[in-house]
Design a protein around this ligand. Structure first.
Ligand SMILES: Nc1ncnc2c1ncn2[C@@H]1O[C@H](COP(=O)(O)OP(=O)(O)OP(=O)(O)O)[C@@H](O)[C@H]1O
Ligand SMILES: [Mg+2]
Length: 270
């Protein structure tokens, strides 16, 4: 069975892409080469930029390098747009070893933005991701979808393809207020995709502040056991993101890497 997990929150900058990249890279090492696919459906193409570089994310579009735009438009198969990324072996702070692996990524491109209004007006345009992925979904153990910071047709495409949503949340009450909107969108998507559920809420960029503790308490009271192990706010997590790598490759002995490993174990250990 393939786990199809969307990383969503319409609030910008809460750590969706950081979560998608680190969870995908960690899960790929845990589950084996070619077992994990990361899908970028955000026109900002940040996950693509981090893992494949700015040329793929924002350079001239090339027929020999198709991206999500061509896939959702029905021009090429998903299989033909997927690229492999080699991941090195790492040793974490507690001595746990993760073997080298291969992550698959279906990249995005800045010009995916021009497809969103077309998808909105198209008959069944919200099912394009599900349609495109159908032939290859079963090849993977885990598929992670990095969503844009909106509740538009690209996020809807992700919610109709996925079975689970993971919601990263930052300290602060605004984040909680915003969650209501995402939850009602998930509820609406469930009418068309009854399997969809909130698989996890990820407290991200947590500190020792009262605000962080209050947020964690509120999330636990509201969501109970689906609250994932918190990710601390760490410079290394931001640096890994901007240096074009995942936290395991960039700072394997950091407590940020340990925190993501705990999340991956919580999600994927049987
Ligand atoms: N735990 C953390 N510690 C430190 N920095 C973090 C952490 N999580 C995310 N960041 C930083 O915060 C910024 C926003 O993160 P990210 O791009 O993952 O958010 P996002 O929700 O995907 O944003 P968008 O809504 O624009 O897609 C990035 O610069 C990232 O490096
Ligand atoms: Mg993002």
């Amino acid at each position: 069975m393939t786990r199809q997990i969307g990383i969503a929150n319409q609030k910008g900058g809460v750590g969706k892409t950081t979560t998608a990249v680190n969870v995908a890279c960690g899960a790929a090492r845990l589950l084996g080469p070619g077992r994990v696919l990361l899908i970028d459906v955000d026109p900002q193409a940040n996950a693509t930029h981090v893992l494949l570089g700015v040329e793929v994310a924002a350079g001239p579009r090339r027929v020999d390098r198709p991206t999500m735009r061509e896939v959702l438009n029905g021009d090429v198969s998903a299989e033909n747009a997927i690229q492999p990324i080699e991941l090195d072996a790492v040793t974490l702070k507690d001595g746990a070893q993760l073997p080298p692996s291969l992550l698959h990524i279906l990249p995005s491109h800045l010009e995916l933005a021009t497809l969103e209004p077309i998808l909105t007006s198209q008959f069944r345009g919200e099912y394009q991701l599900k349609r495109a992925l159908q032939p290859i979904t079963e090849r993977y153990d885990v598929i992670i979808v990095d969503c844009p910071p909106s509740l538009g047709s690209l996020t809807l495409n992700a919610l109709l393809f996925c079975e689970e949503v993971i919601i990263p949340v930052n300290p602060g009450e605004f984040a909680l207020v915003g969650l209501g909107l995402l939850q009602s969108t998930i509820q609406q998507a469930r009418e068309a995709n009854p399997r969809l559920r909130i698989g996890g809420v990820l407290p991200n960029a947590m500190g020792r502040t009262r605000l962080s503790k209050e947020t964690l308490g509120a999330l636990e009271a509201h969501f109970g056991r689906i609250v994932l192990p918190p990710i601390p706010e760490r410079v290394a997590i931001g640096e890994a993101h901007s240096s074009g790598g995942d936290i395991f490759a960039y700072a394997p002995t950091s407590d940020g890497a340990t925190a993501y490993y705990d999340v991956i174990t919580a999600l994927f250990s049987t």
